[in-house]
Design a protein. Structure first.
Length: 368
């Protein structure tokens, strides 16, 4: 089994989970496409699971073939993977290399860990004067702000105004006074866009933006677009907690298992997917415990502190950029508000595990 992990270096409003490619036996997976087209979809449901520490996703191939080519590399603070079906190995390798280069290109522009990135320039200068940015960065920031409005601020790229103070590797969190001093800088409404000039400006000093809650999903979507343009019809592109599936797996669906993290052989539910995106946010990827309290990397923009009440959120839909952003949004919003958001977002579905170890499904996935 190939394990794909996520390695975040600081706090985030992102919550990336992790995906693994493995075999799965037994039971019949739910067909998401048929469920979402079924007008008889029932009410949101819940059930208890006796074991829960985190959630993993497994993308499970139902058939094997020598014509599948794949590669994994460390990029964007996580492990990324590209698999594709092709009868020309040399061309497959060229396309995989092009896909990896696309991840590199996006990371170079959007990583806050690179001083020479576009987003780092914005964070340094936008409180003093408007900063001209590329059309690509402008558009992703615009989409992020639209999601902030849609979620009532649950998704907020300015979380990094406090988030950069956390260091989970060093088991360090900011003091209450430090959070209070920076908290007012978190507000997506501090970010002003000028479409005519392609500029970004901050209205408050100390505001910082971070696209960690949407950029990996966006990158997966861009790589799939590159592969599709080259004629690829069956592929998987994964970046930590975000996966984009292109087509099916040679006539059969990709089977995605939402798995209990304490026992990798047990599954909460399984989904049969094709040509979909799936993203997971969880409190188990980057965290430490202190005096019985878990401090994890998914921050509530209202408090600058880790969110409580939800353990993991998985979102399925047609666009990896949006599944990425929605998984964080629902995590922050909580079960009831989060499910209401998903029901109001056509084409998207959710599986939520709450702090009491209940599994909740949106209507499109509710068990029959």
């Amino acid at each position: 089994m190939t394990q794909v992990g996520t390695y975040n270096y600081g706090a985030s409003n992102t919550g990336a989970g992790s995906h693994a490619v493995s075999n799965l036996t037994g039971g019949t997976p739910t067909s998401l496409r048929s469920k979402m087209n079924d007008n008889r979809a029932g009410e949101s449901s819940s059930r208890h699971i006796p074991w829960l520490a985190s959630l993993l996703l497994a993308v499970v191939p139902l058939s094997a073939s020598a014509a599948w080519f794949g590669e994994q590399q460390d990029k964007m603070g996580t492990r990324v993977e590209i698999q594709l079906w092709m009868d020309d190995e040399a061309q497959a390798r060229r396309l995989i290399a092009a896909g990896m280069a696309e991840f590199d290109r996006i990371e170079a522009a959007m990583s806050t860990y690179r001083d020479n990135s576009e987003i780092s320039a914005v964070n340094r200068e936008a409180a003093s004067a408007p900063v001209v940015v590329s059309a690509e960065l402008f558009d992703l920031v615009r989409r992020s702000l639209e999601l902030s409005v849609q979620t009532g601020g649950a998704f907020d790229i300015t979380y990094d105004s406090v988030g950069y103070l956390y260091d989970f590797r060093a088991r360090e969190r900011p003091a209450e006074a430090a959070i209070a001093d920076k908290l007012a800088a978190i507000d997506y409404r501090h970010v002003l866009l000028d479409a005519g000039k392609s500029t970004i400006r901050f209205t408050r000093p100390g505001t910082r933006i971070n696209l960690g809650g949407i950029a990996k999903g966006y990158a997966c979507e861009q790589v799939v677009a590159l592969l599709r343009k080259a004629g690829v019809t069956h592929a998987l592109v994964n970046a930590g907690g975000d996966t984009r599936l292109l087509g099916d797996r040679q006539g059969k669906p990709w089977v995605v298992g939402i798995r209990d993290p304490d026992d990798e052989s047990k599954w909460v539910t399984r989904l049969a997917l094709d040509d979909e995106a799936i993203s997971t946010s969880g409190d188990y990827e980057r965290y430490f415990e202190e005096d019985g309290v878990r401090y994890h990397h998914i921050l509530d923009p209202r408090s600058g502190k880790p969110v409580a009440g939800v353990r993991s959120v998985t979102i399925i839909g047609p666009d990896a950029t949006l599944t990425d952003g929605l998984s964080t949004s629902v995590f922050v919003m909580g079960v009831e508000r989060g499910l209401a958001l998903i029901e109001a977002t056509p084409g998207y579905a959710a599986v939520i595990i709450d702090a009491e170890r209940k599994v909740r499904f949106s209507k499109a996935l509710a068990p029959d």
